[in-house]
Design a protein around this ligand. Structure first.
Ligand SMILES: [Zn+2]
Length: 854
């Protein structure tokens, strides 16, 4: 039976048939209109047919450079690629009303990975539509399927790339006399495989081809999740036009971008890590295997700034009156889901005085043909890689810009601006070459549902990181910077291995931050141990309260690449377990069901990819972090980080599986240092087990020495004693001396105090005064709000209200706490705050909160 896919359901289907044809480059040409809340224009897609990437799956160790070049030299009239998959099989299967092909046992190219051999469970996507449509127009036509949702597609046409003046230089024939489909496809073939040192020429050709006239409209159809395109008579992917143009517009309710207003009240639009990725922004191939480059020209009213995933620091070009245009491009192929855009009236923030070390970094180091030479062989597909560019490899601080609404200027100058250079430099000292040539940082509107998000060349930070001292801002920035390596330059091949990006970024954030603060080794170790204490509490909490099958690191349900960019959910943003457990019952998820199955066509389903609560689980961040910490401790920091640099050098620009990392790690450790570690052990103990991993349990039980945590325990005792003291001896309170504590120590202190059954208002008041809690960072204030709610400290309800409005990046747990108390005054606070913010609130969060409240 035909299953109707419904956006309200949990699973996110990935429809693109990436096994048959791959987008190599997108050219976007868009107008942003804030009046109508519509983005419209064209997108031109350049394809390569065949399933070359499948050959790379698994460890992807073989360089594919020579292969792609050879295959694409002109050998007229042969097709430039012979697809490995028989596309006719696909077509006939399509007709037989079964969109997902169960080629059982076939093409299990990864071999080693258990997730790949369960084809029969594949996606379950089917659609009778294809059957009906193709029946009328010749059923053997190849069908291009793109991921697409909530877009109005107006026209699809083939692009006559042969009409571009000078394009014949790409072909062997001096003049293009007979223009045929085949010739056009060969031109595209030649274009997409130009060697990396001709990247500038390639971008230019792409741009000019994208403006070439059309040469025939193509048949298309849309359904909830996809756009299907056909050309009558084109029976295989090889015959299908390799350059097509789609004219379309977004819909205001489309879920890839959010139309809202910034903190200064001015309109803006931005991608905020939607669970449906970018498919409501442009039709694309979403699975991570479809790595492509892109360029985009975006026009908006001249008062707006357009920021985007692009390696050039674009400046606006004035067009007609009141309108300007921004152009960005990337030369490193990446999943289309990592593309990010933000358009708003933001101001570039600059330090009060221009410091000289920044000036040095401003020298643009975009890849140029002159300084481009091979330093070493990279394992990825060819592109102008910074790891091969000597001047790029030594660049500690990449050029960067910071944007924010003008009302946050002072806050940015106080904290963020000074932190960027030391954090970038720390990352370089730990991992080496920055994978991306430059960086924009944007303070996003208050409804952004996370503290930060990393995308190629752009980091979003929540306004919540600007409060308190620089600690939260610095650690969050370090975390997002770490994603440039883990999550972006090295992505997870499997949808279910989110720990590969989050675990690494969480572990590295501490390491970078210690270096950025220039801590001595002892201090660094102390601070990192304190963080481990906090995360250990959190992990125990989550493991106690989440169902067993949700705790398995490797098969966890939260695919990172499903969000546009890498969404980081703040480590403290705890799930409301009561609510979560309640809703889980309705998921009816069979045990052991796995996610991320990929059918023969390349389509798949991300289980629970649309479940709004999925993002509140943190087990995978925490377990991943503890695994990496465990490995670093076992091997010693020097050995571990030397290996990590080597790993980055080997795997950047590629997608990996857990075993790629573990195998290489163990291969690189001398036998005597392996200490009984094996890939199998690690999989068994850490990745495939639920609950607390045994080695971690042992380590924590042994009692890690942490002076900073001990200091907190002493303070906690003082507070507990004071709380017990009868009121009349009030004067002695003032004699009590409390130590000054670091922000993480304050968090730990408040967590300990949260375990107390009763704290009287007097104690709470002294607590607030002693540490000026309302002026601390959002992490500390979150704990403070929890205490207020727990002990019904009515005098401070205003602090909770402020938090729920200004710190939406962390706020939804508190809604749960306010509601479960069954205290009418607290429930009023929750309802009132939700009324004030729900219009602006992130959609998923709003959905979850609404269900809690009503
Ligand atoms: Zn490289």
């Amino acid at each position: 039976m035909d299953t109707k896919l419904d956006p309200s359901r949990d699973d996110l289907p990935l429809m693109a048939n990436t096994s048959h044809i791959l987008v190599k480059h997108y050219v976007l040409d868009l107008d942003v209109d804030f009046e109508s809340q519509i983005i419209e224009g064209t997108i031109v897609l350049f394809f390569e047919s065949g399933n070359r990437f499948q050959k790379q799956s698994g460890s992807t160790k073989e360089p594919c450079r020579s292969e792609s070049n050879e295959a694409c030299r002109f050998r007229m009239p042969e097709p430039c690629h012979s697809p490995v998959t028989d596309t006719r099989t696909f077509s006939s299967k399509t007709r037989s009303n079964d969109f997902t092909i169960c080629g059982k046992g076939e093409k299990d190219t990864s071999g080693k990975d258990g997730n790949h051999d369960n084809w029969e469970q594949a996606s379950g996507i089917s659609s009778s539509k294809y059957c009906c449509d193709t029946g009328n127009h010749g059923s053997e036509d190849f069908l291009l399927v793109l991921d697409c949702c909530d877009l109005s597609v107006l026209k699809v046409e083939e692009v006559d790339v042969a009409a571009v003046p000078g394009i014949e230089k790409l072909t062997r024939s001096p003049k293009l006399t007979v223009v045929s489909e085949e010739l056009r496809n060969q031109i595209v073939c030649e274009l997409v495989t130009l060697p990396a040192d001709r990247w500038r020429e390639q971008l230019d050709y792409y741009a000019r081809c994208s403006q070439a006239p059309g040469c025939g409209e193509l048949l298309f159809d849309t359904d909830t999740w996809s756009l299907q395109i056909r050309k009558t008579g084109a029976q295989t992917a090889t015959d299908f036009p390799h350059a097509i143009r789609i004219r379309y517009s977004t819909k205001p309710q489309g879920r890839s971008v959010t139309w809202t207003s910034d903190q200064s009240g001015r309109p803006c639009v931005y991608t905020m890590g939607s669970p449906i990725n970018n498919r409501a922004l442009f039709p694309c191939q979403e699975p991570p295997v479809a790595m492509s480059t892109w360029q985009a020209t975006v026009r908006a009213a001249a008062s707006f700034v357009v920021l985007m995933s692009g390696e050039n620091s674009a400046k606006p070009t004035q067009l007609r009156e009141g309108c300007s245009s921004w152009h960005y491009y990337v030369t490193m192929p990446m999943p289309a889901s990592t593309f990010t855009i933000a358009v708003g009236s933001w101001t570039e923030m600059k330090p009060e005085t221009c410091s000289s070390n920044d000036l040095a970094a401003e020298r643009s180091l975009s890849p140029s043909e002159a300084d481009f030479r091979y330093v070493g062989i990279c394992g990825h597909m060819e592109y102008p890689c910074r790891f091969q560019n000597p001047s790029a490899t030594t660049q500690e601080i990449i050029p960067h810009r910071v944007f924010a609404p003008v009302c946050l200027k002072a806050a940015c100058q106080e904290t963020l601006l000074q932190l960027v250079p030391p954090c970038l430099s720390a990352a370089h000292r730990v991992l080496g070459t920055h994978p991306f040539s430059r960086l924009d940082i944007l303070i996003v509107p208050g409804n952004f549902p996370s503290l930060g998000m990393a995308s190629p060349h752009i980091i979003f930070l929540s306004q919540s990181v600007l409060t308190g001292n620089s600690h939260l801002c610095g650690t969050r920035l370090c975390h997002e910077i770490a994603h440039a390596w883990f999550g972006l330059a090295i992505g997870a091949r499997d949808w279910t291995e989110e720990w590969l990006s989050e675990g690494f970024a969480t572990h590295l954030e501490d390491v970078f931050w210690a270096k950025a603060q220039q801590l001595d080794p002892h201090e660094a170790q102390e601070q990192q141990e304190l963080k481990a204490c906090l995360r250990w509490c959190r992990l125990q909490d989550e493991v106690r309260n989440s169902p067993e099958e949700m705790q398995v690191l490797r098969n966890l349900l939260v695919p990172c690449l499903v969000s546009a960019g890498i969404m980081y959910w703040n480590i403290q943003q705890r799930l409301n377990q009561r609510f979560w457990l309640g809703s889980l019952n309705t998921l009816q998820r069979p045990n052991k069901e796995k996610t991320g199955h990929v059918s023969d066509s390349g389509s798949s389903v991300v289980k629970h990819g649309l479940n709004p609560e999925k993002v509140f689980m943190q087990v995978h961040y925490l377990k991943g972090y503890f695994l990496l910490r465990f490995l670093a401790q076992r091997l010693g920091d020097d050995t571990y980080f030397a290996f990590l640099r080597k790993f980055v050098h080997t795997f950047h620009g590629q997608l990996i599986l857990s075993q790629d990392f573990l195998q290489m790690l163990l291969e690189n450790i001398p036998e005597e240092k392996r200490l009984e570690l094996s890939v199998e052990n690690i999989f068994r103990d850490w990745l495939e087990s639920s609950g607390i991993p045994q080695p971690l349990q042992r380590e924590r039980q042994a009692g890690a020495e942490c002076g900073l945590a001990r200091q907190v325990s002493v303070e906690v005792e003082k507070w507990i004693r004071m709380n017990r003291r009868p009121r009349k001896r009030k004067r002695r309170e003032t004699e009590q001396v409390f130590e000054k504590l670091l922000p993480d120590q304050l968090v730990l202190l408040l967590e300990h105090l949260l375990e107390q059954k009763t704290l009287n208002p007097r104690t709470l008041q002294s607590l607030e005064r002693a540490y000026r809690l309302t002026q601390q960072d959002a992490e500390v204030r979150h704990r403070w709000c929890e205490l207020i709610i727990k002990h019904k400290y009515t005098k401070a309800y205003k602090d909770v209200e402020r938090f729920l409005q200004e710190d939406q990046a962390m706020g939804i747990y508190l809604y749960g706490e306010l509601m479960v108390s069954e205290d009418s005054r607290q429930q009023q606070v929750a309802r009132r705050c939700f009324e004030l913010t729900k219009e602006q609130m992130d959609r998923s969060s709003a959905q979850v909160v609404a269900e809690m409240l009503f």
